[in-house]
Structures are given as C-alpha cells and as structure tokens.
Design a protein around this ligand. Structure first.
Ligand SMILES: C[S@@+](CC[C@H](N)C(=O)[O-])C[C@H]1O[C@@H](n2cnc3c(N)ncnc32)[C@H](O)[C@@H]1O
Length: 227
C-alpha cells in the first residue's frame, strides 16, 4: 500500500475514534431498535457456520446477547468507549458466549490465521476507507470454508433506486447514510479473493439494509488453477 493511502487510513482512524467516543453514551438509545433486524439476521447466519465467531466493529455489543452459550465470540472495535459499553452488557447479562473484547483496527487484526468459522461485520464495512484491506484481513483469520457475513446499507447498482439515491445523496451523507458504497465493490473483492457471494438479501420490510454472505472457496479456486 502506498504511504498516501496509509496516511489517509490513519487520519480516518483518528476521526472515527473521536466520533465514536462522542457517540458511545447515546448509541444504544438511537440505534438499538432501527438496526436490530439486520443484527439478528447476521447472527443467525453466523450461528450456521460454526462456534468460533469474530465480530468486527462490535461497538456497544448490541448483538452479543443473541449468541447462545456454547459459541465463542471475540469482539473487536476501534473505539474503547464503545467496547466499555459492550463490557458492561456482558457483565450485567452474564453473557457466557463472549470470549473476549479488544481494541483493534479491522485492517490490522492482531489475531492468528484461520481461527474463526465466521467473521461478522455489522454496519461497519462502509466506514472503512480501505474496505478491501479489511476484507483481506477477515479472509486471513477465517478457517477454510468459513463465511464473511456483512450487514449494511449499500447503494443500489442501477435502476430507479440508484437514481433516487443519487438525488438524495447530499442529504443522506449529512445523516451518515451514504449510498456511495455499492454491493458491486464487495462482489469485486469476493471474485478476486476466491470467495463466492452466496447471498445478498435485503433485510426487513423496508429493505434498506442488505445482508451479504461470502463463502470461502479459496481451496476450490486453487485446485482449479493447479489442474
Ligand atoms: C455503526 S457502529 C456499529 C456497531 C455495531 N456493530 C452495531 O451493529 O451496533 C460502527 C462501529 O464500527 C467501528 N469501526 C469503525 N471503523 C473501524 C475499524 N477500522 N476497525 C474496527 N472498528 C471500526 C466503530 O468504532 C463503531 O463501533
């Protein structure tokens, strides 16, 4: 990566850290309900993959209570104040599935290779300027055959919805709902990295958010290349 890109990533980290330090006390009051369906769908998908799960950008831990005992959840986030709220929930609710929380950047995970059955990113991937670098890290820590599961608002790639989103983009950006990050960007990464986009489904009645499941097919891709 060029040093210019690294500097812009580092600048973003500091902006993001400051922003979420301010958000932490109010986050649950504003986002607990409106983002709930996507969180529940993402957790349900992750539970199908296996017991060892990484939640990247876990925030205040609103999803942690949805993981049953017997699973082993690691949560990481850039923001310590957000993680402090998650730690309070774990203690107050006695959440036994949570193995640990750590302050970490999604693009530089201090975690070993091939450790997780699923890597989950809820409402976070569009906040990372170099999303592909984060996805590379998710792939690195994923066990062979595992899944990356993302839920987010993603811009439509074409049709009337894309036209409408472009029209309201200046207002949407001001309230943190940019549609500039499109599903195609994730599809392109998956294609190049040996992952299959197993599904990309609109969430809930409004369909404003999309749940994306990326299945690791690296072994099959390597075998086909070698043949
Ligand atoms: C919109 S909140 C979502 C929190 C939680 N996943 C939820 O569903 O409520 C986005 C979270 O991503 C975290 N975040 C943003 N950029 C990150 C990065 N590069 N690495 C790790 N976490 C990041 C923020 O600190 C924040 O807690």
């Amino acid at each position: 990566m060029s040093s210019g890109v690294r500097m812009s990533q580092d600048g973003n980290l500091s902006t993001m850290t400051k922003a979420y330090a301010k958000w932490a006390p109010f986050y649950d009051a504003i986002y607990a309900r409106i983002l709930r369906q996507g969180r529940a769908d993402a957790v349900r998908a992750a539970l199908e993959c296996g017991r060892e799960i990484l939640e990247v950008g876990v925030g205040t831990g609103l999803s942690l209570g949805d993981y049953p005992e017997g699973y082993r959840i690691t949560g990481i986030d850039l923001s310590k104040p957000m993680l402090d709220r998650a730690a309070e929930k774990i203690a107050a609710q006695g959440l036994k599935a949570v193995k640990g929380l750590a302050v970490m950047d999604a693009c530089r995970l201090g975690l070993r290779d091939a450790a997780f059955d699923a890597v989950v990113g809820q409402y976070m991937i569009t906040l990372v300027p170099d999303a592909e670098m984060a996805l590379d890290e998710f792939a690195r820590v994923l066990k062979p055959g595992g899944e990356i599961i993302l839920v987010n608002h993603l811009g439509a790639e074409g049709g009337p919805v894309a036209i409408l989103q472009r029209a309201i983009a200046p207002i949407a950006r001001r309230i943190g709902l940019s549609s500039e990050f499109q599903l195609g960007r994730i599809r392109a990464w998956a294609h190049g990295a040996g992952f299959e986009m197993a599904s990309a489904k609109r969430v809930g009645l409004t369909g404003f958010f999309t749940l994306v499941r990326l299945k690791d097919r690296r072994a099959a891709a390597q075998a086909a290349e070698a043949a």
